[in-house]
Design a binder for this molecule. Structure first.
Ligand code: FAD
Length: 320
């Protein structure tokens, strides 16, 4: 139950942070998360805010520190491409990083650095414009650089850990927020895992080591990835991409297991296991988060019964 006091605390906190750290910021209360997730589902966040401009780091640091002190939960949102927000919504604050986007201006020989809110595909485009190869695998992937780093996003035989050299973060684990540059250590990344999971940090930017290449070849590879995603139906309906993780112990991709069990096309309300891909659940129109969650649970249970495998969701469930 959200009390007026809780709401009032959020409003006062946001206003106090803005007064001390002026920043261009869009603020909305009771903002539906359906508008901010690629599933196009999910109930209202008590407060959604999207700061932008050069004061983003100072404002975000002050806001997150004040929220921690006031026991107000904060969810850091990238592109919302890997989340399912509950119908009951999200208590506290959703900090949308989309206004902190683009290159940072610290371009060095073979190294590009992007702000966390940069759209993943746009980052691949910037690298191509610079005649730098290494981010082609990201072309066509929805979401933000911050989310991709946090998730160690992967596709087409490559992952973020292969190209990342450094991140800049605000670390909230100490008594005061601390802005740190952290060299990337590949051994700390693994399948769908980055060292930032379980750490109280806001990723501000990430740097990638790239190699000079022929722009035409770079673009040809990017186009082939985008076309492949299109052919695989990634953009046909709202979704969050793969719902479940793969697991080498299963002996085959999770999507194939679901497909072979005849679960493609299975429906709950407006949610459906994509008829063309077992590991994608789509919102065919008007699906609630509960429809999607129920279908995920149903597929999990059926795979366990029929094949004995414990599926692990790749998408993150957030909110109440
Ligand atoms: C059609 C489609 C296809 C997809 N294909 C792939 C694929 O091939 N491979 C793949 O790996 N994924 C894929 N995905 C999933 C998604 O695109 C990636 O996981 C992406 O990296 C998520 O980024 P995001 O910005 O949307 O993260 P969000 O969903 O917004 O957030 C994910 C997590 O990252 C955290 N986070 C985000 N930004 C920050 C930050 N700045 N600081 C700290 N934490 C942060 C969030 O708090 C959350 O815990 C696909 C999704 C869709 C819809």
């Amino acid at each position: 139950m959200v009390t007026d006091t809780f709401f009032d605390n959020i409003i006062h906190m946001v206003e106090a942070c803005l007064a001390e750290n002026p920043c261009a910021v869009e603020v909305r209360y009771n903002e539906p998360m359906a508008a901010h997730s690629t599933f196009r589902a999910g109930g209202p966040a008590d407060c959604w805010l999207k700061p932008s401009g050069e004061n983003f780091p100072a404002f975000a640091a002050a806001l997150l520190a004040a929220a921690r002190a006031g026991h107000i939960p904060v969810f850091v949102l990238g592109g919302g491409a890997n989340i399912l927000a509950a119908d009951a919504g999200i208590r506290g604050i959703v900090l949308d990083t989309g206004g902190w986007a683009g290159e940072t201006g610290r371009r060095q020989e073979g190294i590009l650095e992007f702000r966390a809110g940069t759209n993943i595909d746009a980052a691949a485009e910037i690298a191509a414009d610079a005649g730098l190869s290494g981010l082609e695998f990201l072309a066509g992937m929805p979401g933000s650089i911050g989310g991709a780093v946090w998730m160690n996003a992967r596709c087409y035989g490559q992952e973020i850990a292969d190209v990342i050299t450094e991140t800049e973060v605000i670390d909230f684990s100490g008594s005061k927020p601390e802005r740190l540059r952290l060299p990337a250590n590949k051994s700390e990344f693994s399948y769908k895992h980055s060292p930032f999971q379980g750490r109280d940090v806001l990723i501000l930017s990430a740097s990638f080591h790239l190699t000079p290449g022929k722009e035409q070849q770079i673009r040809a590879l990017m186009d082939s990835h985008r076309k492949d995603r299109e052919a695989k139906g990634h953009y046909r309906y709202p979704s969050a991409g793969s719902v479940f993780k793969n697991n080498p112990a299963f002996g085959k991709p999770t999507g194939q297991i679901i497909d072979e069990l005849g679960l493609c096309g299975l429906r709950t309300g407006g949610a459906q296991v994509a008829p063309w891909h077992g590991n994608i659940i789509v919102n065919t129109g008007g699906a609630s988060a509960s429809d999607i969650r129920t279908l995920i649970d149903e597929v999990t249970a059926r795979v366990k019964t029929a094949a004995g495998f414990d599926l692990e969701p790749e998408i993150l469930f957030i909110g109440n």
